[in-house]
Unconditional design. Sequence first.
Length: 350
Amino acid sequence: MVIEKNTNPKINQINFNEIQFGEIFSDHMFVCDYKNNKWNTPKIVPYQDLLISPSANGLHYGQAVFEGMKAYKDAKNKIWLFRPKENWARLNKSCERLEISLIPENIFIDGIKTLVSIDSKWVQPGKGNSLYIRPFVFANQNCIQASPSKEFKFLIICTPAKSYYNEEQDFNVLIAEKYSRAASGGVGYAKAAGNYAASFYPTKLAQNKGFDQIIWTDANSHQYIEEAGTMNIFVRINNSLITSPTNDRILDGITRKSIIQIAKDKGINVEIRPIKVKELIDSFNDGTLKELFGAGTAVVVCPITSFGYKEKKYKLPFIKESYANILKDALTSIQYNSTKDPHNWRVSVE
C-alpha cells in the first residue's frame, strides 16, 4: 500500500461540537483502481477531488454501490471497528448484483484499518461520537455503451459523526401507500446508489406533510411494512419484538442482526416474520403496540414517536424502560468497549 501523508491537515480547524453529519471529511482517503482485470496497488492520499471523464459509465448507468460503518474510541483512546467483515461481505453482495468486480477482503479490511489509524485523531472520544466510514465503488471506464464497465474505482472516505437524528425531538414516519423503495427481483437488498436517489422524492412528499421519514411497504400490495427510511424497522407488540425477514427488497442490516442477537441474549422473544400494516394498526387500537424503532449504522437505534396512515396519525405511548433504549445501550456498550463482547464483534485498530 502506498501512503502519501497530508502536509496541510485541517483537523485543528474543526469544531467537533458543531459538525453536521456528512459535510466534513477527514484528512485522508483510500483509493484503489480496477484495471486490466485486477485490483491494482491501493493508495492512501490526502482527501481531494477526483478527476473523472464525462463518459465514465458509472455516471450514465448507475453502476455504483457503497457501505456504511463506524470507528469508535473507548475510554482508553483505543479505536475499534464493529463487525467489519459483515460490511465487506455485504459490499461484495451488492457488487455481484450490479456486475462490479468483487473487492478482496485484505484490500477492504486493511484499507479501512490503515486509513482510520492515520486519521485516528478524527475519532472523537465519548459515547455518541464516532468516525463514519464510507467505502464505495463505481464504474469509471470511459465508455457510454449500455454494458458493464471493465474499470472501477474503490474509495474509502471518513466523516466525523454524532447522533444522526436529534434524539430530543419527536420522530414521525408515514406508511407508504403508493411509492415503493424496491421491487421483488430488483436491487433492494443491495446498497446501490440508485436505491437512495429513488427514495428522495416520496420522502420529500412525506416531509411536506410533517413527517420525518417513510415506512416502506411491499411493492406488490402495500400491505406489509418492510423498512423505515434509512433503517430496518422493529415493532414491539406486548413483550415480543418483531422485524420483517430479509428478502430481495430489504437490506440485510448489520445493526439489525446485532439487535436481534442482543435481544435474544437478554431473553426477549424475537419474531422474524412479515408484519401487515393492519396488524400494526389493530395492535395500536387494542393497546398492545408498545414501540416502533428503526435500526441502522448511522442512527444506531431511533425510537419512532408516531406513524401516519391514510390521513390518520397514531401517537405511540412513552415507555421509560423501552426495548429501544435497552438494546441501544447494550449495543453501544459493545461498540465503545465498555462491556464484554460475547460474540467477538469488535475489531481493534492499531
